[in-house]
Design a protein around this ligand. Structure first.
Ligand code: GTP
Ligand code: SPV
Ligand code: MN
Length: 611
């Protein structure tokens, strides 16, 4: 055991509360070495990781890493929010008592760092100076150097961020221990992994994974779960799995800001990186603020709802990223961006990377190519057509590398929010866009957001896997309280944002093609929404919201079959009536759901009954 005091002195880590926390966990885990890291250590850590074979070169300033093959995604079943108050139990937060989970995790972690280094990562989940900065400080402890490299890209990392806290004890204690990955029984009855946020103690204890959301604790565990809990407990703010963009009309100089939730792998990163489509690029520009998390609050000085992205980087889905779908993403991972690729396919001779959808077909010469498990493609049988890259393979790059990042993306003031959108993957029923002007109805719409069950066993035909506000995997407290908190925060804004439900994924029931081309063309319904908010268009009222008329939607430069357009701009009342029954069952699960949400549900139901 090193002398912790000496190491922390030498590193210049002065915050006494942080020092005591590091000393405690060094003792529990039995770490052989302790190293405090800052972003300035990145180049050295990259070299060490290359030397140790933890990452491999993938072109200049690009690196490849592979996680254990049973460790490639978040695990919702093993994720728990613990508190000491049983009324925090909701439907989706897997609540457990703190007194049960804390000793269990401490036991799992005990002695696990014998012979290993414990990296100490002081970080901030906000631009410095943000009004929410006091909720943003954290210190992650991890035994995994690749996790450190990811954290440096995904959060602001440095000792200075933690030395001078206004309240020295007010930081999130985030402990990550990888564990012996081949022996953790992932997905079996004997699963050893636990991903626990002890929310009322602002402590995160994650054991048994080195994958993204399980291991980069600033991002999901702190940035979403802990922050959602803090925002509610303090009554100060909301934390949501939202993207956040700016839309500028270059002709008038007007700028709008839109944020919104889409369940995981449903298009947030792609929307945030969107270039204006063919025919509209001269007039409009989309700027990137965030692609996965937004914190929202009301600024008392002007009474408006503000939003900001607490992250510093992008952890994006690689699959189907190409020049047509998302050129912005490709540019943000170009040479010299210091990007990390995880679980894509890798060529050990040429150091190239590849994923499904990067090019129409995989490289024809398979020499040197390895799949995401590290197996040679040339060893595959002819019948093996399994993907080369894992479907959840990802790239990790900093916001500054994103070509359309907003010039004020680090402004601690945040940006005023004009619109809040929700969107899932829905193959029928949900039109391209339907606007909602009433707050309770907007919150109701978010609560009934869902994505289609991916295989039959997961759900009833035609029934969504509901994912309230796209927060199902990140819900930190009871859903009824969550709805009430939404009404409180957004309701306090003097200028109300407009809500909308969008859907890029409606399909032709006969041949299954997407009725809307999606990607860049998704700007078109958002422009309509902003024009509706500004009173420039009126749309067409339906029982489930206001839809654009065909004339109102700017389709310049676009060629979409009339039949498809008609379908994405209409409401299937019978399907909607069926959906209302499912919604009722879904909402009935929630304790303390505000009456105004039920009223919204009854209003929509009655309007549908009238036709
Ligand atoms: P998380 O990082 O998991 O939270 O995902 P995300 O919501 O940021 O999703 P992302 O933008 O990475 O998209 C996931 C997948 O959906 C990718 O494979 C995209 O290519 C695909 N996708 C995104 N937008 C569209 C769209 O407008 N139309 C279609 N058809 N596919 C899309
Ligand atoms: C998601 O799964 O929604 C992500 C990736 O954004 S992870 O950080 O792994 O949760
Ligand atoms: Mn996400």
């Amino acid at each position: 055991m090193p002398d912790v005091e000496d190491v922390l002195d030498a590193a210049g880590l002065r915050n006494e509360a942080v020092r005591a926390y590091v000393a405690h966990w060094a003792g529990v885990t039995g770490a052989e070495r302790i190293e405090v890291v800052s972003a300035a250590d990145d180049a050295r850590l990259v070299r060490e990781a290359l030397d140790a074979g933890e990452i491999e070169p993938a072109g200049e300033g690009r690196y490849y890493s592979r996680s254990y093959y049973k460790d490639t995604a978040r695990s919702e079943e093993r994720t728990v929010v613990a508190t000491s108050n049983p009324s925090d139990k909701g439907v989706y937060n897997n609540w457990r008592p703190s007194e049960e989970m804390k000793p269990l995790l401490e036991d799992k972690m005990r002695g696990q760092l014998a012979g290993k280094t414990m990296y100490v990562i002081p970080y901030l989940m906000s631009p410095p100076g943000s009004p929410l900065e006091k909720y943003a400080a954290g210190v992650e402890l991890t035994d995994n150097r690749t996790v450190v490299l990811h954290m440096i890209r995904m959060a602001r990392v440095g000792i200075d961020l933690i030395n001078e806290l206004a309240e020295p004890d007010h930081f999130v204690r985030a402990v990550h221990v990888t564990g012996d990955l081949p022996n953790l029984g992932q997905g079996t009855a004997d699963d050893q992994r636990w991903f626990v946020t002890v929310a009322d103690e602002r402590t995160i204890l994650h054991y048994g994974s080195s994958y993204g959301g399980n291991a980069l604790l600033g991002k999901i565990a702190h940035g979403l779960r802990q922050a959602a809990y803090d925002g509610w407990a303090s009554r100060d703010f909301l934390s949501e799995q939202f993207m956040l963009i700016g839309i500028t009309d270059k002709q008038t100089g007007k700028k709008w800001h839109v944020c919104g939730g889409f369940p995981s792998a449903s298009g947030k990163t792609n929307l945030a990186m969107m270039l204006a489509p063919e025919g509209l690029g001269d007039r409009y520009h989309v700027s990137f603020y965030g692609d996965d998390i937004a914190w929202l609050w009301v600024d008392p000085s002007d009474g408006r709802l503000y939003g900001m992205n607490p992250e510093f980087g992008v952890f994006g889905v690689a699959k189907d990223t190409n020049e047509r779908t998302n050129p912005t993403a490709l540019e943000s991972v170009a040479e010299r961006t210091e990007v990390l690729f995880t679980n894509v396919a890798y060529n050990t001779d040429t150091h190239e990377v590849w994923w499904e959808g990067k090019t129409p077909a995989p490289p024809s010469d398979v020499t040197g190519w390895h799949d995401w498990k590290g197996e040679k493609i040339s060893d595959r049988s002819a019948r093996d057509d399994s993907p080369w890259a894992h479907p959840n393979s990802r790239f990790t790059t900093t916001l500054a590398n994103v070509p359309n990042v907003a010039e004020d993306f680090e402004d601690p003031k945040g940006v005023p929010i004009d619109g809040i959108i929700f969107g899932g993957r829905t193959s029928d029923r949900e039109p391209l866009v339907r606007a909602i002007t009433d707050l309770a109805e907007g919150v109701y719409d978010g609560l009934t957001l869902g994505a289609e069950a991916t295989f039959a066993a997961e759900g009833v035909d035609g029934q969504l896997r509901y994912d309230p506000m796209s927060m199902r995997p990140f819900m930190a407290y009871a859903e009824g309280d969550y709805a009430e908190h939404w009404l409180r925060i957004v309701g306090a804004a003097t200028e109300q944002p407009i809500f909308a439900h969008v859907n890029w994924f409606q399909k032709d029931p006969d041949d299954g093609h997407f009725l809307w081309p999606g990607y860049r063309d998704n700007l078109r319904p958002l422009l309509w929404l902003m024009q509706l908010k500004d009173g420039e268009v009126t749309g067409r009222r339906t029982p489930v919201g206001i839809l654009p008329t065909e004339e109102e939607l700017d389709l310049t430069g676009m060629d979409v079959p009339q039949e498809d357009l008609d379908r994405v701009l209409s409401i299937d009342v019978d399907r909607w009536r069926q959906e209302m029954g499912f919604r009722e069952e879904h909402l009935q699960q929630f304790d303390r759901l505000p009456e105004s949400i039920w009223e919204a549900h009854r209003r929509v139901t009655a309007a549908l009954e009238e036709g």
